[in-house]
Design a protein around this ligand. Sequence first.
Ligand code: ADP
Ligand code: MG
Length: 318
Amino acid sequence: MLSLIPSPTIQFKPLFPSKTIKPLKPFSSKSSIQSVLQWNRKPELAGETPRVVVITSGKGGVGKTTTTANVGLSLARLGFSVVAIDADVGLRNLDLLLGLENRVNYTVVEVLNGDCRLDQALVRDKRWSNFELLCISKPRSKLPLGFGGKALTWVVEALKSRQEGSPDFILIDCPAGIDAGFITAITPANEAVLVTTPDITSLRDADRVTGLLECDGIRDIKMVVNRVRTDMIKGEDMMSVLDIQEMLGLALLGVIPEDSEVIRSTNRGYPLVLNKPPTLAGLAFEQAAWRLVEQDSMKAVMVEEEPKRRGFFSFFGG
Ligand code: ADP
Ligand code: MG
């Protein structure tokens, strides 16, 4: 059962309040990888379908689009049908991350103008045919006049009543900020994934966004903490995931390490989760997808690897 924890008003305490947190071992521990690989059963889909999930953050550049692409493709690999909507109209880039930019001929704007059918605007991924991309409009164009929450809700309803059946997941990649584009993106959603990085500005925006989501009736909010660096946490230069969780009071869907492979995969248009062999960030995204399916969450736990040795923080908690 999902825990719905109300978001407390954020109180910024000294950066590292918890002195009990032990020094961290580098993330690439062999035992961490092994604990990840045991997640090999198919997750059970919880909740009513389609699950309409908005990926949001408030602050820009924290990893919303990266999360949408990687969680979306992970869901498809797990056997679920997924439509990812790029609702970041001004700075559309989900198509680039997915390597599908040359195949976007039509967008929602053309569908609404009656220039094409909805299925013509859906771009099917060649690698995973149960994954489709839908863009709102062409790059560098503004949000079409009058396009708002109602129009996006119409699109979601149209996806539900497609001939081949409703998708299991509709993921909405939200624009940064909390203005019109944000309101539009969250309107059709029933649940939210809030992406944050371990820095004060991102956390403050995340807290503000949590309040706005709750005002909009979205109470099922889980967070992904992205770009985590164990070496910096160890040096007390970065907030720990435990402290972030304490501040935001949200259920934790995943913790993604800082990984240069993410940037490489972004530039190649080949999402990280498709990499072989998998990288730690890719595995962390897969786990987040797995938890999303089951409406599960993880705990940021401290694990003693060996009693006589120094402890380390496990990102792959239960
Ligand atoms: P947003 O959609 O929130 O604006 P993006 O997903 O576009 O953010 O990510 C912004 C930048 O951060 C991209 O260049 C991406 O490659 C990089 N990035 C995201 N997550 C990570 C990570 N875990 N490690 C390293 N780079 C990352
Ligand atoms: Mg983005």
